[in-house]
Design a protein around this ligand. Structure first.
Ligand code: OTU
Length: 649
């Protein structure tokens, strides 16, 4: 249930009346005629969207119009103080609004401390990122956070201050400017569902300030929490069971979806919407090109529902968008919704999140590696890959989080697979318990009540390298490398921005030492958050080492991608070539991507290929190896184990 894009005339007229009342109060706060003209034009374009959202969420509020005016005044302030460099960015992006769909885009994501120590160190790693061809860099939360427990930075104590161990906001700006000059867009997390319990708002709330208590969901006793709780999903049942936390200082229960120190913000309060819009615009003005909207599905609550993916969430993001366009139009949103595929897609729209993680593809890639079969992935992609123009996917194989098997049960059922049983198989497989498994992952948050579980582990460990190295099995090591390059090869060609989880390019192994750190031991996600592996990095050009093979393999995939305009956008078509081990799709009718997900040589009838290409016979060149294929009718096409082909006719 998305907000209805077809706005009623009544709302439109009402918004114009409201605007004619508010604008004369807002425009005089701007210093120059030029600024007033630009701002007026942007407000006139986006005000109806903003107004409609306000009406929907805060229309019953006795001073809805006051809040609307205050919000617009705030937006004008950030418009006026937006630095010249970022205004230049706005102009540049306006001239190339689909910049993020280019085939030259290549993303990477990492922690500042683990990847480079500090922001200063990050600056020094620019040549390394350039060696990989990175054009989009997502820095994991780098803000002040409680110590030692802060959920890997996802409990933010100030959205305006960088963790002093990493550097300062001024240093972030320096890095952002330098990276921008080298064609790298900067992405920051916007952890907007909650603040840490050490955020100033939380501190004031704890001191008894009712204004700030209303920033959160607080309850005097268990009555309401007990009404809500039966409908809610436990996100971290191991280390943070339940969704409410009691604080004796104020004798209240507080909504905490995640850990007890992460307090959910109350977006039903227009003060919260405005305050968080301010934090958002602050970061946009400091140099962020994209904000990753963390934990999107949870920001709107309603009794008697799971309080995930409610229509209110869409209104909030649409509202943020409308106001952001007025002050910092270059800023884009990236959705982090790791939920049912239908809900994942519900956030992706030009006026909502222009970018989104693609957890659907991610889980299917691992599924295909485990089963060696690709028909479930193909079916799911046929149903779910296409997006509206003006939006795109962030395709990835690993992130800092656990892997949940987020495929749709109905997709599995359509190809004869029982979703629940299949998840159990995948959990067993990737934690190495299934006979013959190559994977060395570990469980994350096993919930004995629901049987639910997720998986942690680095890409290399899940793809078989960890075990193969321990066994000294050279063939198995080579297969692991091939698996890594195969799934990254799909991610690099399927459509959208490929996202490299830093460390993967060096085939980083599981960081088991987290178990000895009492502040991390209860969260297995730390196993796949290794520090930059200096030794492996030194060997990155030694192709006879697994790390060298992965690094150079990825490097050449990235270089090839950037030479193929057919890989821009995200218009893939998926094909059945009558071999269940081979995943096949074409891009822009020009490029045919084939991946063999089995460790055995595979063949399929050339006639199916010719039918896809609508040709009687054809000569194809593999863009990766340069090899030439003459494909005639009535014969067989052969693919080597784990082979990836990017074929162009
Ligand atoms: C996100 O993940 C972050 O990526 C995590 O690192 C944080 O711990 C968390 O939010 C809290 O800030 O449940 O297991 O549908 O799946 O928001 C990870 C979205 C998570 C959730 C996602 C969350």
């Amino acid at each position: 249930m998305n907000p209805n894009p077809a706005r009623s005339n009544a709302v439109r007229e009402e918004s114009m009346v409201a605007l004619s009342r508010i604008l004369p109060r807002v425009l005089p706060t701007l210093a120059s005629d030029a600024d007033r003209a630009v701002f007026r034009e942007r407000v006139e374009t986006h005000f109806a969207d903003a107004f409609e959202m306000f009406l929907h969420l805060y229309g019953d509020h006795y001073d809805c119009h006051y809040h609307l005016e205050q919000t617009l005044l705030l937006v004008a302030e950030y418009f006026a103080t937006r630095p010249a460099t970022m205004r230049a960015r706005d102009t540049e992006r306006a001239g190339d609004p689909l910049w993020f769909t280019s085939h030259e885009m290549m993303g990477a994501v990492g922690y500042v401390d683990l990847f480079a120590g500090t922001l200063h160190g990050l600056h020094d790693r620019l040549p390394y990122l350039q060696e990989l061809g990175i054009t989009y860099l997502h820095l994991m939360p780098l803000f002040v956070a409680p110590q030692p427990h802060n959920d890997g930075g996802y409990a933010v104590s100030s959205f305006r201050e960088v963790d002093p161990d990493l550097g300062t906001m001024a240093e972030f700006e320096t890095v952002a400017t330098a990276f921008r000059a080298h064609g790298i867009a900067l992405v920051l997390d916007f952890v907007f569902n909650h603040t840490s319990d050490e955020h100033e708002w939380a501190r004031r709330a704890l001191a008894g300030d009712r204004h700030y208590q209303a920033y959160y969901h607080m309850f005097d006793d268990r009555t309401k929490p007990d009404e809500y709780e039966p409908f809610l999903r436990e996100i971290f049942p191991d280390q943070a069971p339940g969704s409410f936390t009691y604080r004796p200082e104020i004798d209240k229960w507080i909504w905490t979806t995640f850990n007890h120190f992460q307090w959910d913000l109350n977006y039903a309060n227009p003060d919260v919407f405005r305050a968080m819009l301010g934090e958002m615009l602050f970061l946009a003005n400091r140099g962020a090109d994209v904000l990753r909207l963390d934990a999107v599905p949870f920001v709107w609550k309603q009794l008697g529902t799971p309080s995930e993916n409610l229509p209110g969430v869409h209104w909030i993001i649409r509202g943020f968008n409308a106001f952001v366009r007025m002050a910092a139009p270059a800023l884009l949103f990236k959705s982090e919704a790791i939920v049912h595929p239908r809900d994942v897609k519900s956030y992706i729209a030009p006026g909502e999140c222009q970018l989104s993680y693609n957890p659907i593809l991610m889980s299917h890639l691992w599924d295909a590696l485990a089963t060696r079969e690709t028909f479930l992935m193909r079916h799911a992609m046929q149903q779910r890959f296409a997006l509206d123009p003006g939006t795109t996917w962030l395709n990835y194989v690993r992130s800092h989080d656990d892997i949940g098997w987020g495929f749709a049960d109905e997709d599995a059922a359509a190809v004869g697979i029982d979703g629940g049983a299949h998840r159990t198989f995948l959990n067993n497989f990737y934690t190495g318990q299934f006979p013959g498994s190559f994977a060395a992952g570990v469980p994350f948050n096993y919930n004995p009540r629901t049987g639910d579980m997720r998986v942690s582990g680095t890409t290399a460990a899940l793809a078989g390298l960890e075990r193969a190295l321990a066994d000294g099995d050279v063939d198995a090591q080579q297969q692991a490398v091939q698996r890594i390059l195969l799934i990254y090869g799909i991610v690099l060609s399927i459509g959208g921005i490929p996202l490299l989880y830093l460390g993967d390019e060096l085939a980083a192994l599981n960081a088991v030492a987290y178990r000895d750190d009492p502040t991390k031991a209860d969260d297995s996600r730390w196993i796949h958050r290794p520090a930059f592996p200096d030794g492996r990095a030194a060997r990155r050009h030694h192709v006879d080492t697994p790390e060298g093979a992965v690094f150079t393999g990825l490097q050449s995939l990235i270089q090839r991608r950037k030479m193929l305009p057919a890989l821009a956008g995200n218009d893939a078509r998926f094909h059945d070539l009558q071999n269940k081990h081979i995943f096949a799709f074409s891009r822009a009718r020009e490029l045919l991507v084939l991946g063999n997900f089995s460790e055995f040589r595979q063949t399929f009838p050339t006639n199916t290929l010719l039918a896809v290409l609508k040709a009687d016979d054809v000569r194809l060149t593999d863009q990766l190896s340069g090899r030439l294929y003459a494909v005639g009718a009535d014969s067989a096409f052969t693919m080597e184990p784990y082979e990836l082909l990017w074929l162009k006719s």
